[in-house]
Design a protein around this ligand. Structure first.
Ligand code: NAD
Length: 472
């Protein structure tokens, strides 16, 4: 089986629509055999995946170093440990998730009983992004396997060391008759997207999200789109400023140097409070990354020269010239950009018109903090939104009025680590959600089953529809 896997994943052999069609046909046959439905198969594959992380943590850390200069602690904590946790939650809960749910019936069907049976969807496609290449590839795969599907994973070509390690390790550890990796870029993904899938789970930007959804529509295939957006942080003055500053830094620069979908994109605070906030951020940043952050091993680099050029353009926009209050250093040869704060950025600047996805953090200022809610709701719905405050009323207002994929009060990004919370976007930030049981549900069909016996065969539903029956 591993040789087959090498054939389809090798970049030298073209992976075209015919190859994609053959791959799907083979997986459909495997799915139709019923093997992936069994509890034992699901358990064995989840256990194999979990073992893979135990056996190859160092290789994963090295691949992420190659692709992103990702600090080892971030790789272990946010990719390996999170995935191990997903596997262990799924292994622990699988029996319960698979158990059908008995539900009440109505008088109209008396006597009867009913249940909701979770059945696997079939053959599913997972397309993932480069910034957390292991987590974003394998966390959906955990859900797909737990729900009993056959799955094809297409990792991102922008993180090539991680992509090829994923292909190798899944080839070595998993049942390749039902779980496969296809490496490649636009051509290979397009060939995959021409096929009929039972679900497509895509992580990446909204432009490609639209391509995925359009391709899926041809086959009426349901999609999950895990997209991005501009995730705001509202900062009130009633806070422990030092802790807030550290938590903002951890979610921004401590998450792949801002190249994370739920990293704070911009801050909104009041004009009065902004200088204090900037000072606290500067102080903590210097403690974390030293006086020369371009040399810090605790910051990821920018993934490639295209993204470096994109971020440089955001900084060179003349609407933000003179607004840099911290950082702004770049080293193009090493693809490094230092943590950068911009104060009083105009809302019509380039940096405020697209998701930043990098180490630049603009701060907008308002007269009254309540205005920040209007600013946020005037834009596209973000994937995450954060507020730092101890003001109960403000907290409640934020939770009730801000529409975003997820919210965190007095921290950033950590909702991602709570497997009992659904993770996904709303509006432009995505369609559908996953994590924990939500992953299982995302890859399952909830089949409605009603049980009747031959008792109580009420004549009222049968013709002739007499006046007496009509009055009942
Ligand atoms: P990317 O460049 O790795 O692209 C994602 C996937 O789309 C890749 O597998 C790529 O091969 C494929 N692709 C690219 N162009 C394509 C095309 N024309 N047709 C078909 N497939 C194509 O990643 P990206 O888009 O740069 O990722 C960053 C974006 O993803 C940001 O917006 C970020 O917020 C979002 N993101 C969201 C999440 C989440 O969980 N919601 C996680 C990470 C990133």
């Amino acid at each position: 089986a591993h040789e087959d896997s090498d054939e389809t994943t090798s970049k030298k052999i073209a992976f075209d629509a015919d190859a994609a069609s053959l791959l799907v046909k083979n997986l459909r046959e495997s799915f139709a055999s019923g093997k992936t439905h069994s509890y034992e198969w699901r358990l064995s594959q989840l256990s194999a995946l979990s073992k893979l992380f135990d056996d190859h943590e160092q290789q994963i850390v090295d691949a992420l170093r190659n692709d992103l200069a990702k600090p080892p602690l971030e790789s272990v904590a946010y990719e390996v440990a999170m995935l191990k946790n997903s596997c262990s939650v799924a292994l622990k809960e699988l029996k319960y998730w698979m158990t059908s749910e008995k539900v009440k019936t109505s008088l109209a069907t008396f006597p009867s009983s009913a249940e909701i049976v979770s059945e696997p969807l079939g053959v599913v496609l997972v397309i993932s992004a480069w910034n957390y290449p292991f987590l974003l590839s394998l966390d959906p795969v955990v859900g797909a396997i737990a729900a009993g599907n056959a799955v094809v994973l297409k990792p991102s070509e922008i993180a090539p060391a991680s992509s090829s390690l994923l292909a190798k390790l899944l080839g070595d550890y998993m049942d390749n008759s039902s779980i496969r990796v296809v490496e490649g870029a636009v051509d290979e993904t397009s060939a995959l997207l021409q096929q009929k899938w039972d679900k497509i789970f895509y992580t990446g930007n909204g432009r490609v999200g639209r391509i995925v959804m359009a391709a899926a529509a041809k086959h009426l295939t349901p999609v999950v789109l895990e997209l991005g957006g501009k995730s705001p942080v509202v900062v009130d003055s009633s806070i422990n400023l030092k802790v807030a500053a550290r938590r903002i830094i951890a979610g921004k620069w401590g998450c792949n140097n801002g190249q994370a979908c739920i990293s704070p994109d911009y801050i909104i605070t009041t004009k009065d409070y902004a200088p204090k906030l900037v000072d606290a951020l500067k102080t903590e940043l210097e403690k974390f990354y030293g006086k020369n952050p371009l040399e810090s091993n605790d910051l990821s680099r920018i993934v490639n020269s295209n993204h470096f050029a994109r971020l440089t353009k955001l900084l060179d926009d003349n609407k933000v010239s003179g607004k840099i209050v911290y950082g702004g250093e770049k080293d193009e040869s090493k693809l490094r950009i230092s943590p950068t704060i911009l104060l009083d950025v105009p809302q019509d600047s380039l940096i405020m018109s697209e998701e930043i996805f990098g180490p630049l953090l603009p701060i907008l200022t308002v007269d009254k903090l309540e205005e920040s809610f209007h600013v946020i709701n005037a834009g596209s719905k973000p994937l995450a939104a954060y507020i730092f405050t101890t003001n109960k009323k403000l907290k409640e207002q934020f939770v009730m009025t801000i529409s975003a994929g997820g919210l965190v009060v007095n921290d950033t990004t950590l909702h991602l680590a709570v497997h009992t919370l659904p993770f996904g976007g709303v509006g432009e930030s995505g369609v559908g959600a996953y994590h924990g049981k939500f992953s299982f549900d995302t890859f399952s069909h909830k089949k409605a089953v009603l049980y009747r016996s031959f008792l109580g065969d009420a004549p009222v539903r049968y013709p002739p529809y007499t006046n007496t029956k009509q009055r009942l």
